[in-house]
Ligand binder design. Structure first.
Ligand code: MG
Length: 164
């Protein structure tokens, strides 16, 4: 059974994952408004992934005899200064999620909850991937610029993202 401390921390993480989904859907909407269908597709794939993360934690809390309790979702930003600023926010957001997963892991270590530590390994690996893909796209935007032909090429590339 999950300790009360860990149950609370896992519930907070569920909210963070669903907020991430909410944020990426807002980023998709911004991308649609900028006529960037490839960016919008990438964000919508990301949104689905985040719902999956939230549900992974939801399932885990239940499996461990805990009680899932959802909180309120904050309003995500609707506007971004540019495609580069958009991906700067993606990277910053993923870094904050990594920090939050790491804190959760520290709590599981402190409580000597080995099952939670093993469960969190998947998320620790996942965050390495999340930061790497956001960082790669951001570097492309910074190097090639976020206007004209180079932006269109990147939009076409992002349109090819499959579901992971
Ligand atoms: Mg996530």
């Amino acid at each position: 059974m999950l300790s009360k401390t860990l149950q609370k921390a896992f519930n907070e993480q569920i909210d963070k994952e669903f907020y991430s989904a909410h944020l990426y859907l807002s980023m998709a909407a911004y991308s649609e408004s900028m006529n960037l269908p490839g960016f919008a597709h990438w964000m919508k794939q990301q949104q689905k992934e985040e719902v999956g993360h939230g549900m992974k934690f939801y399932k885990y809390v239940n499996e461990r005899g805990g009680r899932v309790e959802l909180g309120a979702l904050a309003k995500p930003p609707a506007d971004f200064a540019s495609p580069t600023a958009l991906f700067e926010q993606v990277l910053n957001h993923e870094r904050s999620v990594t920090a939050s997963i790491n804190k959760l892991y520290e709590k599981a270590v402190k409580e000597k909850d080995y099952a939670s530590q093993v469960m969190l390994h998947w998320f620790i690996d996942e965050q390495v991937e999340e930061e790497a893909s956001a960082s790669e796209i951001l570097q492309t935007l910074k190097m090639a610029g976020d206007k004209g032909q180079s932006l269109l090429m990147l939009d076409r590339q992002l349109a090819r993202r499959g579901s992971e």
